[in-house]
Design a protein around this ligand. Structure first.
Ligand code: G3P
Ligand code: MG
Length: 259
């Protein structure tokens, strides 16, 4: 079993701030990540995809419409245009002027201060492996950042994970699923040396957690926003969870960071 995160994060459960402190701040922004770190989140989660000019941008959707004042597909918009947009006002006028960050910016700002879960969006997957494919760019960035031991790379798309593991087998991989799809987890687990299975929270049973633990894979369900649901998952022995409100979870589960 790869020991790195466990070594550094002995607390169970690990609280992972979903798109930062999403409940109170505009998701996937530096302000949201900063707030999550202040709240004591053990790890922040972010979503990354490619702009038209193949730069890594931190945003959840395939389009700009919901979380910025722009419109259109991200893969059809150049980074310079994306950087002009307001990614805060849609959430609250107080956050006017917030930008869509690049992955480089988030790693530079948050690396070394918290663990980072980089979710590579399926939309960024290209069947033909190009030298500047998203997997290659993410791996190069992590390698040069020096924070490789504090990063978990995840995706719903197994091919993305296969590519990363080929590029650097030391990196920690998390496989995301929407359905209670243990078959595919087991199918990929051996081939990928998965660090974690990140399932939709409703699909988690104690039996599944036990089975996955027998493969030495950790279980981090998403997205858990009530303390009662979190406590029920902890009873099922999950290793951590994704939440929009890290402050609520840390307090409710009494798992503040002790370093
Ligand atoms: O990684 C957990 C969660 O972020 C997966 O779903 O759609 O919020 O990226 P989504
Ligand atoms: Mg995500």
């Amino acid at each position: 079993m790869k020991p790195l995160l466990r070594e550094f994060l002995p607390e169970i459960p690990i609280i992972i701030a979903h798109r930062g402190f999403k409940r109170l701040y505009p998701e996937n922004t530096i302000t949201s990540f900063e707030a999550a770190i202040r709240a004591g989140a053990h790890m922040i989660e972010l979503d990354v995809t490619l702009s038209r000019d193949r730069k890594m941008v931190v945003i959840h959707d395939d389009t700009l419409d919901r979380t910025t004042d722009g419109k259109g597909w991200i893969h059809e918009t150049d980074l310079a245009e994306i950087l002009k947009l307001d990614a805060g006002s849609w959430f609250d006028p107080r956050f006017k002027g917030e930008k869509v960050p690049t992955l480089e910016e988030v790693v530079a700002c948050c690396g070394g201060r918290t663990f980072i879960n980089i979710e590579i969006k399926e939309s960024a997957y290209e069947p033909e492996e190009r030298p500047d494919c998203i997997e290659q760019q993410v791996v190069s960035l992590i390698q040069s950042s020096g924070y490789g031991h504090q990063v978990l790379l995840s995706s719903f798309h197994p091919e993305i994970l296969f590519r990363i593991s080929k590029l650097d087998s030391r990196l920690l991989l998390g496989f995301l699923t929407e359905e209670p799809d243990t078959e595919s987890v087991f199918q990929f687990a051996g081939k990928l040396d998965l660090y974690s299975w990140n399932p939709e929270a409703m699909s988690v049973t104690e039996g599944l957690v036990q089975e996955i633990h027998r493969q030495n894979i950790r279980v981090f369900p998403y997205t858990v926003n009530s303390v009662s649901q979190a406590k029920a998952l902890v009873e099922k022995k999950v290793d951590g969870l994704f939440t929009d409100d890290p402050a609520l979870m840390i307090q409710g589960l009494n798992c503040s960071r002790q370093r």
